[in-house]
Design a protein around this ligand. Sequence first.
Ligand SMILES: *Cc1c(COP(=O)(O)O)cnc(C)c1O
Length: 362
Amino acid sequence: MTSLSDLPIRDDLRGKKPYGAPTDPVRIQLNVNENTHPIPEAVATDIVTALAGAVMSANRYPDREFTELRESLAAYLGHGLTADNIWAANGSNEVLQQTLQAFGGPGRRVLGFPPTYSMHPIIASGTGTEWVVAPRDPGYEITSKSVVAAIAEHQPDVVFLCSPNNPTGTPVSNDAIAAAYEATDGIVLVDEAYAEFSDRESALALLEGRPRLIVSRTMSKAFAFAGARVGYLAADPAIADALRLVRLPYHLSALTQAAAVAALAHAPEMLAMVDDIKLQRDRMAASLEALGFTPVPSEANFVLFGGVSDPSELFHKLLIQDILIRDVGIPNHLRVTAGTEAETTAFLDAMADLRALGRVDK
Ligand SMILES: *Cc1c(COP(=O)(O)O)cnc(C)c1O
């Protein structure tokens, strides 16, 4: 049997690990921060009708410029943005990859602030971009002072700021983002995958007059469309021109474009559960705290909580009850996605039982 190490793979990929969130089907799946509410049936019916139309003309390549989708996304974001400001791809991970293909690459570096989204270093490695890191402030925050100091030290070509941050749920203030922009001649990308769950002003408000700033978003989380694979960014139109140099032709299929446009026409219904998810998130944090754990204040749809003596043991005790959460590798911490009210209750009941049984020590 041939193993990976027998192949003439690039030296810089030797020994690397792929993205590895478990995908076993379980009753209560709270591990990858999806919106766990299904798509409303009336919306699904409209999407199916749009897909049927797209299938009829699938003998032709799709609109390479996905103009209608860019118009729909600009209207959804507001902030005076137009289709020219928008770029989209198959998930925001592809948007990040194209960004590093255009602005990173061999001999260049991207700066991140761990603990952060596990895909950021993986996308860096896939594009041959060096991943350099700087520490966060207490409470997983990033102050203007720290971000400016980190940029001065590392001289990155690209800065990745994740706000609210995965896996901590902590935001980066627009002041710190603006300070980062002033401190570099490179690209500053704010990954706002969870923006719809935060009450804070988006970094979209900073775009005017900052042509090296990129705000990336996704339909995978609040928008309940993870399976469709649609991510996008807002930036100066010149950024889209840069990404046109690295994208594959017709990268967004006609089916993806049709489905996303139809879903965006129903944005209020698709986002209807966001307020409830925020309520469940806050209930989760309060209940975990009452059980003696230490939740990190979250502006996303998940909660990172500390005070876990043995994360792997607690993870597996939940898994045998068919409840899947996430061990993100932070000592004494686990992360859990806010689910429906019933899913959240099932998780909290299981946690209370484990605590009562004395199986989990602080
Ligand atoms: C989930 C997530 C994404 C979304 O990825 P898609 O490819 O759009 O599904 C992007 N950034 C962060 C920080 C995430 O947690």
